[in-house]
Design a protein around this ligand. Sequence first.
Ligand SMILES: Nc1ncnc2c1ncn2[C@@H]1O[C@H](COP(=O)(O)OP(=O)(O)OP(=O)(O)O)[C@@H](O)[C@H]1O
Length: 263
Amino acid sequence: MIQIDRLGKTYPGNPHPALHEISLTIEDGAVYGILGRSGAGKSSLIRCLNLLERPTSGRIIIDGRDITALNAQDLRRQRQRTGMIFQQFNLLHARNVAENVAVPLEIAGVGRSERAGRVAELLDLVGLGDKSRAFPSQLSGGQKQRVGIARALAARPAYLLCDEATSALDPETTASVLALLDNIHSQLGLTIVLITHELEVVKAICSHAALLENGRLMESGKLSSLLLDPASRLGQALLPDQEVERAFLRRHGIEGRLLCEVA
Ligand SMILES: Nc1ncnc2c1ncn2[C@@H]1O[C@H](COP(=O)(O)OP(=O)(O)OP(=O)(O)O)[C@@H](O)[C@H]1O
């Protein structure tokens, strides 16, 4: 479980806090989407969760331990429990696919033959069994992100952090990467935290969602609760706007058609 407790982040030279007293609990097994516009503080928040950024205030308690207070050795161990994937994939261009996926295993001191077996298993999991010797420049965006996902899972993390993982991809590739994450979530049962500016991403795979605005957490909770709460902005945003859809049908001369039928 991840407990974010009054987390604050202010960058040197920028008087406006990027994060303001954020408190949020992410239960084990959740797929938690954190939604916000550009500049809302999404990257700052997710980067604080594995201390790629140091919070200015507050605590991040993962599995009962405040990670902001860990010594260097314990922090290294903690980081192995947390995989991360990035919008721009962050692959090593001079290394082939298998060598990229092997990086966390090398860092963890896993031996050569065990590494090779684990890498083959991971590439099969992400559907790239035939690309192990290809270089990143020879892959599509979706394939690069699959390599990123395999690398993030290499050390068998309990948490997967996704930093705008599909924002650089077209809609079809986005759907296939989200389906892969959904499949990994059901197969491995890990906890996924993803930040996004796309409502569709939340709709596609999240069990929980939070709304971040100007560094503040506006609301958060289970999708089922947000959808049932008439005051929830997230809940409203997640449902289709029937007036917009009716106007669309009118514009194309199709009126009076049922938008959906409930059995
Ligand atoms: N290294 C930095 N130094 C100073 N200010 C920063 C730094 N990084 C981010 N900020 C500021 O913190 C605020 C939140 O930025 P952040 O990148 O976390 O938002 P975001 O929601 O991820 O935006 P985007 O979707 O555009 O990446 C912004 O006002 C931004 O200008």
